[in-house]
Design a binder for this molecule. Structure first.
Ligand SMILES: C[S@@+](CC[C@H](N)C(=O)[O-])C[C@H]1O[C@@H](n2cnc3c(N)ncnc32)[C@H](O)[C@@H]1O
Length: 206
């Protein structure tokens, strides 16, 4: 596979330009509609890219802690956010497993968390789920086994079967909605691939 085709190699101005034209993540919009109004409006955007959803969250009144492993993405987010940085928006270059997650009422991980290396995923998930307040919301995508990137056996993506996914949320979340997408499609850069993803919206129950 050529480097330019690897999902982790979105370096990536073209990819990020297009990501700004994509609609706000639907489960994030739904999360805001079912958020508990008594909780503080503190959100984390994990693997935020250049921040399409971050700016939506700030406009919706959230203080947003946004991180991404890609320094170019965070630099672009800081440029576009201007004076919001350090008042309503706290951007960082960081990985899922190393980020110091603040106590928050909302964590969003749109099309990002499956890029976490499988060895690092348990730590990342533990930190994310522990940092979420009771009644706080998680929304994010997971990758299923039929995805063409998963079936290549690359080994650097985290893949979940439906049962494994249910196990992640069992015990301390109430799953509010799961949207499974399993179909041929295209990447934002126009390459054909099979997508198999689960988008999950869940409420922390303890
Ligand atoms: C498909 S993009 C999605 C970006 C954004 N959430 C959006 O919806 O536009 C995936 C993002 O995950 C980031 N990423 C990949 N591996 C990461 C890791 N280990 N830790 C943090 N971010 C990572 C990439 O740099 C990229 O910006």
């Amino acid at each position: 596979m050529a480097d330019k085709d690897k999902p982790g190699a979105m370096s990536r101005s073209g990819y990020y330009d297009r990501s700004l034209q994509v609609a706000i993540y639907p489960h994030l919009k739904k999360a805001l509609r079912c958020a508990d109004a008594s909780l503080p409006k503190i959100a984390v955007d994990a693997g935020c890219g250049v921040g399409r959803d971050v700016l939506f969250l700030v406009e919706s009144g959230y203080r947003v802690h946004a991180f991404d492993a890609n320094a170019e993405a965070i630099a672009r987010l800081k440029d576009s956010a201007g004076d919001l940085v350090s008042t309503m928006l706290f951007p960082r270059v960081c990985s899922f497993e190393n980020f110091e997650y603040p106590r928050s009422s909302l964590i969003s991980a749109c099309s990002s968390l499956f890029f976490c290396h499988p060895d690092a995923f348990p730590t990342a998930w533990e930190k994310m789920s522990q940092s979420l307040m009771k009644d706080g919301l998680f929304c994010g995508h997971f990758m299923g086994p039929n995805d063409s990137w998963a079936s290549m056996g690359r080994g650097d993506l985290t893949v979940h079967s439906r049962n494994e996914l249910e196990g992640l949320f069992a015990g301390n979340f109430d799953v509010l909605d799961v949207h499974e997408h399993d179909a041929e499609g295209r990447t934002l850069l126009g390459r054909t691939k099979r997508w198999h993803t689960y988008s999950v919206l869940a409420r922390k129950s303890d």
